[in-house]
Design a protein around this ligand. Structure first.
Ligand SMILES: [Mg+2]
Ligand SMILES: [Zn+2]
Length: 176
């Protein structure tokens, strides 16, 4: 049994297709490689958490109940694959609210570390935005960008086309 370690995942554009301020669970579509990547991480001992900026709440596009219903739908969608999340952290704030939790601010990573009892120094953040990599950089973890972009940010160790390749990279890094 491998040692548990913390993997924090962005939601929109990382696990599911980014529909920009998704406000309807019916619009939830998993990205190619998402289930495959999450299964590989789970089997390697990763404790999975979601860290999601949902400024659509702060901007008044949808309410917290709607955002939670989308998270619930995602959880239900992944359950048949044996994928579960130890914690789902959500920032409901608009950028101008200047909170402690909107990525790349460290709040949601601290929340996940507290919820799981796992070390941020041995953690990973996977996301499709510079702010996801920034969260890793701000909390001592390693960031993987799911993107076609190749410019490397501080804290970024790899650029992956999907969660599947991100998982391969993490497994290889931990084995060596
Ligand atoms: Mg995203
Ligand atoms: Zn916030």
């Amino acid at each position: 049994m491998s040692e548990p370690f913390l993997v924090m995942l962005d939601r929109d554009g990382t696990i599911n297709v980014d529909k920009h301020y998704l406000a309807d669970p019916a619009g939830l579509d998993l990205l190619p490689g998402a289930v495959d990547g999450l299964v590989k991480l789970r089997d390697a001992g990763a404790v999975l958490c979601i860290v999601t900026n949902q400024s659509g709440i702060g901007r008044g596009y949808f309410d917290r109940t709607t955002a939670d219903s989308i998270n619930d739908a995602l959880v239900e969608m992944l359950k048949p694959h044996g994928i579960t999340f130890a914690h789902i952290a959500l920032c409901p704030h608009a950028p101008d609210e200047v909170c402690e939790c909107r990525k790349p601010a460290p709040g949601m990573a601290l929340e996940c570390a507290q919820a799981t009892g796992l070390a941020l120094a041995d953690s990973w953040v996977i996301g499709d935005k510079a702010s996801d990599v920034g969260l890793a950089n701000n909390t001592g973890g390693r960031g993987i960008l799911i993107s076609g972009e190749t410019d490397i940010q501080a804290g970024q160790v790899f650029t992956a086309p999907s969660l599947s390749e991100a998982a391969d990279y993490i497994l290889q890094a931990r084995a060596s």
